[in-house]
Design a binder for this molecule. Sequence first.
Ligand code: PGA
Length: 257
Amino acid sequence: MKKLIVANWKMNPQTLKEARKLFNGISKYAKEIRNAKIVICPPFVYLGFFSKKSKISLGSQDIFWEDPPAGGGSYTGEVSAKILKNLGVEYVIIGHSERRQIGETDEIINKKIKQALKNKIKVIFCVGELERDEGGEYLQFVKDEIIKGLDKIPAKLFKNLIITYEPVWAISSNEKSDKARFNADTPENAREMAIYAKRVLVSIFGRIARNIPVLYGGSIDEKNAASFLNKEGIDGLLVGRTSWNAKTFGELLKNIS
Ligand code: PGA
């Protein structure tokens, strides 16, 4: 199966001109890649400029949980599943720790996942502990996030579900040197967590959940990407900072192909 490489642009870049340049730059590298599917998740406002223009799939970084009622949707600032679908969006990131940090609860995440799956948008559902304690409490933490996020979601919708294990402590920071900025988990731990996440899914939802892909995210760069993807059980990567530069992301794609 093809690996899934998801670029999370977060709140970057600051101009449409730069966004176009970055997208076109990545597209050039992406043309050569056969063994991976590439998804770019830019800020909402740039989505319309990239629709259906290349073999790269589009993802959004958020979604609203309600459909607009007949007569119009009175939800200032929100973006519906239908708006996204009509722009050609196929994926959505939900449950990212940076959104949880600004108040997104498990309940909201659950409603957003339900809404996206109902509308046949593929969900990249992020889970991960804030810190890794020696006693192993983080395992229960990750399990709880999975259970709460997927509460009462019919298993028949799972074919569009993707889990991302992204330990929050491993997400890159704004430190000056690369060494301080990037702090990835080890590929071996990531592999164990991917297997753990799959076990949790199967124990709750049964065998139907065994094919749900699990990605790893957190300080992936052009140098370490292949070592994570080579691990059995890791079906792809969620890439932040390294995807904000066409050259480094292009190197990453080359190194995994
Ligand atoms: P990072 O971010 O690759 O910069 O660590 C990943 C993410 O937050 O999705």
